[in-house]
Write a protein that binds this ligand. Structure first.
Ligand code: TYM
Length: 334
């Protein structure tokens, strides 16, 4: 297929096991986009240092995220799949962009404020400038489409601000990047307990991981919060029930969803049955990915090859951009 002109870039931090939120917010889009666009997908190991300075498990985590990308359908011949720290040009662009990012706007970022609450003893400068590094990742390839979940929307808004400031001061080098999802809206996959979203590090009992064993998946789904059911026809669903339906829509067949919608609207829904069905559909969805991840992880040589091939492709694009950036900024004295 003839590729579109726009360039695609996205990344995932290696801070824990990937879950359904990462899959439906990011990976599912990656797999489709690699057929249509020039794509750069990376493991954001540098970003993980802002919250996980201990690197004992980093290699293992990086390998796992790579394997989880591939098991989800990334074809390393079609998309560049690489590791952030292998592309040194990222650090250079991050430095330039830092001169255009203001302390006030960085301090107002929601993710920064969350992290300050979570790790008050380690409010490091990397945490503050996290959105600047993310912007460098994206515009290093002059990408304009960024497949991400809803939680990354503000980072993309900031990226557009930094890009516009750069272009305004030094000339048009970068396209504006936008968060992307097939479908009309960015995705937020909710946790099973009705509070918040699925997450790598929080809410682990209410998050379905791509690595979860079948029995664990069934148990987590059966524990999801429900109630005695509606007493009035066509009543509005409470959040936690809405979430269950949302999860069902991700993995179950249309006729199954329709049956439970009808049962709900007619006040005859049996949540036990619904959760059993959802559990089985989740197992069917997750177990083939889990098995693939395990077989990929067993072949370290293959993973090394993947990283080298991805880095080579990413470096080529990064070098071309850095050359343009230095020229535009007037950092060429010969
Ligand atoms: P990270 O590692 O937290 O998450 C990876 C991707 O998964 C999405 N996601 C979700 N989507 C829907 N529902 C959820 N519950 C859910 N949880 C996570 C995230 O939106 C993301 O798309 N800052 C980024 C990493 C990054 C990056 C980049 C992304 C670094 N550089 C450049 C895009 C472009 C992050 O922390 O993602």
């Amino acid at each position: 297929m003839e590729k579109q002109q726009q360039i695609v870039m996205s990344g995932i931090r290696p801070t824990g096991l990937l879950h359904l939120g990462n899959y439906f917010g990011a990976l599912r889009n990656y797999v489709k986009m690699q057929e249509e666009y020039e794509c750069y997908f990376m493991v954001a190991d540098l970003h993980s240092l802002t919250t996980h300075p201990d690197t004992k498990e980093l290699k293992q985590n990086v390998h796992r995220v790579l394997a989880e990308n591939i098991a989800s359908g990334i074809d390393t011949d079609k998309a560049a799949l690489y590791c952030q720290s292998h592309i040194h040009e990222t650090a250079e662009l991050y430095l330039y962009l830092n001169m255009l990012a203001y302390k006030g706007e960085l301090e107002k970022t929601t993710t920064f404020k969350d992290k300050v609450r979570q790790q008050p003893d380690n409010v490091n400068a990397g945490l503050l400038t996290y959105p600047v590094l993310q912007t460098a990742d994206i515009v290093l390839h002059r990408a304009s489409l960024v497949p991400v979940g809803k939680d990354q929307e503000q980072h993309l808004e900031m990226a557009r601000n930094f890009v516009n400031r750069f272009n305004h001061r030094y000339g048009d080098v970068f396209p504006e990047p936008f968060a992307f999802n097939y479908g009309s809206e960015l995705v937020k996959v909710p946790s099973l307990d009705g509070s918040g979203k699925m997450s790598k590090s929080e809410n682990q009992n209410a998050t379905l991981y791509l690595a979860d064993e079948d029995e664990v998946i069934r148990k987590k789904v059966m524990k999801a919060k429900t109630d005695a059911g509606p007493t009035e026809q066509y009543s509005q669903k409470p959040d936690y029930i809405e979430n269950l339906f949302l999860l069902m829509k991700l993995v179950s067949a249309p006729d199954v969803i329709e049956k439970y919608e009808n049962d709900y609207n007619n006040c005859v829904i049996r949540y036990g049955d619904m959760k059993k069905q959802l559990g089985e559909d989740m197992v069917k969805f997750i177990s083939p990915i889990r098995e693939k991840v395990n077989s990929i992880l067993a072949d370290e040589k293959y993973l090394q090859g993947v990283m080298e091939k991805g880095a080579e492709k990413a470096r080529k694009s990064a070098r071309a951009t850095i050359e343009m950036v230095r020229q535009a900024m007037g950092l060429n004295y010969y």
